[in-house]
Design a protein around this ligand. Structure first.
Ligand SMILES: Cc1ncc(COP(=O)(O)O)c(C=O)c1O
Length: 421
């Protein structure tokens, strides 16, 4: 008991709280390595991969595609969100396993690249492009009719119409609806009516459909019917907008146009096609940590960052603060070991070996990041450490070609798109 007291006194601030603070001392979080990651480590070594690498588990990816397809009601189409799966081969794989020719893209370099690689695939812009970006992209498209441009305001519609006129081009348009996210777009009412009238009066503009994105719904608690209420509000707005399309452009157009909704967080909330007739999703197929939600529980993590350990050592030594490091280690058993890894500072959390954590005092590093762990952490230089990305968008583009794992071996490499906004 006396020993515990003496240690407690050593820890600045904890002295005042005495034994109570000692009771809050963290446990050792390190533990045995997961067999899955040991297998993946062997596969990477056999493939000669020894630099930070983004790995996709193909069987898990396919299981996620099957989960998504099984959740779609009859008649609901699926659109692949390209920015969340930013590799042409990955998109081609998902297109094939999901049986879809619909893509959603978010920047003109990707739009143009995919239009050339897959002219048979339709692309709906997921955000409105500045008119100059649209005008610059138009002549670079091999299949311009495969593209549906997203329009959020009458001003943008007028500027797109001017380009269409000047170029003698016809543009397929989707109107962005604000169904509660409040990220812009049309609400049912006079502005939407004006946009529909503009389209009706201009043979160069063709209404392909509507798009209403509502990821906020998944963040709302189910308690007190909050999520249910917001969902019905969103669907009510959508229904009113469709009714306006019917009024201005006719029932046939309203019935046959695309009605896009959802994203990974919400696609499972659509149980029929009354409101939407297609859902977009990408992230749920690889399931980064931001998608660990109750709605997406049936999806499995399918993407990991693997990186080698460069150096492994006992204890935690902080430059210029060596004694503080020793004192902190007395308090926190998770500082018993230190490794420096190849790279770091990614939007990602370490997942294997268990118990690894970054060091807030040492800080993050894109070059050699310090990770600490407990006495049970057995890592040597060249062993691999695994992270789960927080998101796939942008993060997947930081590692060169994706390594494709079939559960036994690295069987393919999938180049990623160059990073572009
Ligand atoms: C318009 C739109 N639809 C769908 C999505 C869904 O993408 P994900 O399924 O990758 O979350 C997004 C994501 O930002 C979006 O902006």
């Amino acid at each position: 008991m006396a020993r515990i007291n003496r240690r407690t006194m050593l820890i600045g601030g904890a002295a005042a709280t005495g034994l109570g603070a000692w009771a809050l001392r963290p446990g050792d979080h390190s533990g045995a390595r997961d067999g899955y990651f040991l297998g993946l480590q062997r596969a990477l070594a056999a493939a000669g991969i020894a630099t930070p690498t983004l790995v996709i588990d193909r069987a898990r990816l396919d299981a996620n595609v099957a989960t998504l397809k099984a959740a779609l009601p009859p008649g609901m189409a699926y659109r692949v969100v390209a920015k969340s799966l930013p590799s042409p081969d990955l998109i081609a794989h998902v297109r094939k396993s999901a049986g879809t020719d619909r893509l959603m893209t978010f920047n003109t370099p990707t739009l143009i690249a995919l239009n050339r690689l897959m002219p048979d695939a339709g692309q709906l812009l997921g955000k409105p492009m500045p008119v100059a970006a649209m005008a610059a992209a138009l002549p670079q498209l091999v299949a311009p009719d495969a593209v549906i441009w997203l329009i959020d305001s009458n001003a943008r519609l007028a500027s797109y119409a001017a380009v269409a006129e000047a170029r003698g081009a016809t543009l397929r348009i989707a109107l962005e609806l604000d169904v509660g996210l409040h990220r812009g777009g049309f609400a049912p009412g006079a502005d939407l009516a004006a946009a529909l009238q503009t389209i009706r009066g201009n043979p160069r503009l063709h209404l392909a459909g509507l798009m209403g994105y509502e990821p906020h719904l998944a963040a709302l608690p189910t308690a007190l019917g909050l999520r249910e209420g917001a969902l019905h509000d969103a669907w009510d707005i959508y229904g009113k907008a469709v009714a306006q399309v019917s009024d201005v452009l006719g029932a046939q157009t309203a019935a046959t146009m695309l009605r896009n909704a959802a994203g990974s967080p919400t696609y499972r909330l659509y149980r029929d096609t009354h409101v939407a007739n297609e859902v977009s999703a990408g992230s749920c197929l690889v399931k980064p940590t931001h998608f660990d939600t109750d709605v997406l529980r049936p999806h499995v993590a399918a993407a990991f960052i693997a990186t080698p350990v460069i150096k492994a050592m006992d204890g935690t030594r902080l430059p210029g603060l060596e004694s503080l490091g020793r004192i902190k280690a007395l308090w926190d058993p998770n500082l018993a070991r230190t490794v420096f890894i190849y790279g770091g500072n990614w939007m990602a959390d370490p997942v294997d070996p268990p118990g690894l954590q970054t060091n807030g005092l040492f800080g993050l590093s894109s070059n050699q990041e310090m990770l600490n762990g407990g006495a049970g952490l057995h890592l040597a230089p060249d062993d691999m450490v695994f992270f789960r990305p927080h998101q796939s968008e942008a993060v997947f583009m930081q590692f060169g070609d994706i390594a494709v794992y079939d559960g036994h071996a690295i069987v393919d490499r999938w180049p990623v798109f160059p990073a572009s906004a």
